[in-house]
Design a binder for this molecule. Structure first.
Ligand code: HEC
Length: 204
C-alpha cells in the first residue's frame, strides 16, 4: 500500500509536470537537455563585424566567381564549336605557346597515356593488361583529319567506348591536350616541301 501511494504520487507529479503546463507562457529560458547547436557563434548577413577589413559580415563574392545557374557561354573555347551552329572549329581557339604544349604533354600523360600510350598509337597499359580491347590509334589518318574542335569534343564527352573527361579536365587543359596531340601527330607526318628535289621526284 505504501508503495502504491508513493507510485501514484510519482506518476501524478510526472503527468502534471509534463502535461500540466503545456501552452503556458513563460519568460524564462526553457530547460535544454540537448541544445542541438541552437545557439552558435556566427555572422548574420548585414551585421557589422570588426574581424573583416571592411567591417561587414556580408562580403562580396571573390572576383571571377561564377554564380551557379549562370548560363554557360556558347563560345568556341567552351564548346569547340563555331558560335551559333554545331560545326566544330577547325583550329584551336587559344594561342599555342611552348607553355601550352608543355601543359598539354603533362595532362596527356595523366589522362590519356594509360590508354593511348606515350606515342598516341593506342598501346597504353590498359591494352596490355587487357582492360581495354581496342584503343584508337591517334595517328590514324581519319583522326588526324578531325577538326581541333572535334578532338576537344571527344575529350569532353567521349566517343563510343571512350568515356568523357569533361569533369576531370578543365577547359584550358583540354585545349592544351589538343595542342599536344597535334604535336604528337605531326611527329609522324611529313610534308612534301620537306623532301629534297630528288626525293620528291620519286613520289608517286
Ligand atoms: C580509359 C581509356 C581511355 C582514355 C583514358 C582515353 N581514351 Fe581516347 N579512346 C579510348 C578508346 C577505347 C577509343 C576508341 C573508341 C571507339 O571508337 O570505340 C578512344 C578514342 C579516342 C579518339 C578517337 C575518336 C574517334 O573519332 O574515333 C580520340 C581523338 C581520343 N580517344 C583522344 C583521347 C584523349 C585526348 C584522351 C585524354 C584526355 C583520351 N582519349 C583518353 C580510350 C581512352
Amino acid at each position: 500500500m505504501r508503495y502504491f501511494v508513493l507510485g501514484l504520487t510519482l506518476v501524478a507529479t510526472l503527468v502534471v509536470s509534463v502535461l500540466g503546463f503545456r501552452g503556458d507562457i513563460s519568460r524564462k529560458p526553457p530547460l535544454e537537455i540537448f541544445p542541438d547547436m541552437d545557439r552558435q557563434p556566427k555572422l548574420r548577413p548585414q551585421e557589422p563585424n570588426a574581424l573583416l577589413p571592411n567591417g561587414r559580415s556580408s562580403q562580396l563574392p571573390v572576383e571571377g566567381s561564377i554564380a551557379r545557374g549562370t548560363p554557360f557561354a556558347s563560345t568556341p573555347k567552351n564548346t569547340g564549336r563555331v558560335s551559333g551552329v554545331t560545326n566544330f572549329v577547325e583550329l584551336l581557339p587559344v594561342k599555342v605557346t611552348p607553355q601550352l604544349l608543355a601543359r598539354g604533354r603533362d595532362r596527356y600523360a595523366i589522362s590519356c597515356l594509360p590508354c593511348h600510350g606515350a606515342q598516341g598509337d593506342g598501346n597504353g597499359i590498359t591494352k596490355k593488361i587487357g582492360a581495354m580491347g581496342v584503343v584508337a590509334n591517334l595517328h590514324d589518318a581519319r583522326i588526324v583529319k578531325l577538326p581541333d574542335g572535334e578532338l576537344f569534343h571527344v575529350i569532353s564527352d567521349g566517343r563510343n567506348l571512350m568515356g568523357g573527361y569533361r569533369s576531370n579536365i578543365a577547359i584550358d587543359d583540354r585545349w592544351a591536350i589538343v595542342a599536344y596531340l597535334r604535336a604528337l601527330q605531326r611527329s609522324r607526318l611529313g610534308f612534301e616541301d620537306e623532301l629534297s628535289a630528288a626525293e620528291r621526284a620519286q613520289l608517286k
